[in-house]
Design a protein around this ligand. Sequence first.
Ligand code: FAD
Length: 381
Amino acid sequence: MDFQLTEEQQMMKEMAHKFADNRVKPGAAERDRTHEFPVDILKECAELGFMGVAIPEEWGGAGMDYLSYAIMMEEISRACASTGVILSVNNSLVCDPLMKFGTDAQKEKYLKPLAMGEKLGCFALTEPGAGSDAGATKTTAVKDGDYYIVNGTKIFITCATNADVAIVFAVTDKSAGHHGISAFIVEKDFEGYNLGTVEDKLGINASGTAELYFEDMKVPAENLLGEEGQGYKIALATLDGARIGIAAQGVGVAQAVLDESVKYAKERVQFGKPIAANQAIQWFLADMATELEAARLLTYKGADCKQQGGRCNKITSMAKVFAAETAMKAATKGVQIFGGYGYMKEYPMERLFRDAKILEIYEGTSEIQRIVISASLLKEY
Ligand SMILES: Cc1cc2nc3c(=O)[nH]c(=O)nc-3n(C[C@H](O)[C@H](O)[C@H](O)COP(=O)(O)OP(=O)(O)OC[C@H]3O[C@@H](n4cnc5c(N)ncnc54)[C@H](O)[C@@H]3O)c2cc1C
């Protein structure tokens, strides 16, 4: 077992770290306040190859491995969790399934511009009645000659405000349960594609979360992703791998909490000495740092598993639930270390606390991750 990063992974770490500090972090608090989508930063991310890190170069990506992707996600999320999730959606939820299930023509038309960052993607699975239970999808797609006619509503879709392309899941055969769901590549300019309510949220405010609704949307039959009835499988396989991105986002948020907490604890003086001189504060910091390191190692192991191919759902679910809960626990302690200042928007901890919470919810709640882990465990014994 080798815990050293390769030269390429180290290069990614240094490049993403510098970019995050110089370009992403400075405007993060302002974007959180204004909810402005980071369009200019994403253009620079595209130049650095961050929009399709693990996609082969022939399809417009950077041709790096999944650990490099996790490292990029960790560094950017350390500076801005909103920018982090946008990158995670484009890389993991859009480029990955196109790479795995797309035809060469679909890759040429959609994957290349998405991986190069010329276009932005979103992943539209969730519906009002289908959250954790994605099999309860109600959106329908009815074949009509060379088209599918799609009707339905998707909610809570990250990047929906700015996305050019969406991977949309819809029922093509009502009688077939999970096997009756199919996946489609949809362009925002397709007739019947509509942007609905833009959500006002607790955190990750610059990530453009919105509703999409489809009214007799005409999707060319050639835009079916995979085969008819394969949509549920595509969704689950995509989410299995995507959890590495969200786990890495958790590591990044937890790292930001630790960095800010150590700095503040050394600066803040009460009772004539820095609060860091108190053992209570030292133990907060020690626990944060220990759990952060464990979350990072689990995330890197998940990334390595995905790189090797094969099923990696147990380890990626472990990484996602552990890193999410590590970030939330760290942020709770971080606010405590900052005292009243931790409750104020003027200080960074308040945003980190709000941003951390989403990690326990999207791409499968912590409860759903535990279902995946235990189901896998029970099969093994
Ligand atoms: C900011 C944000 C961004 C998002 N981005 C996207 C996106 O880009 N694309 C997309 O498709 N979706 C997206 N989502 C949706 C997200 O994935 C869902 O919100 C999530 O999967 C949970 O679904 P739900 O909200 O309907 O909660 P529910 O499924 O209703 O769950 C409610 C509670 O019940 C628990 N629960 C449910 N079933 C079980 C069970 N069997 N056992 C134990 N507990 C259970 C859950 O863990 C949770 O605590 C986003 C959500 C948010 C908030």
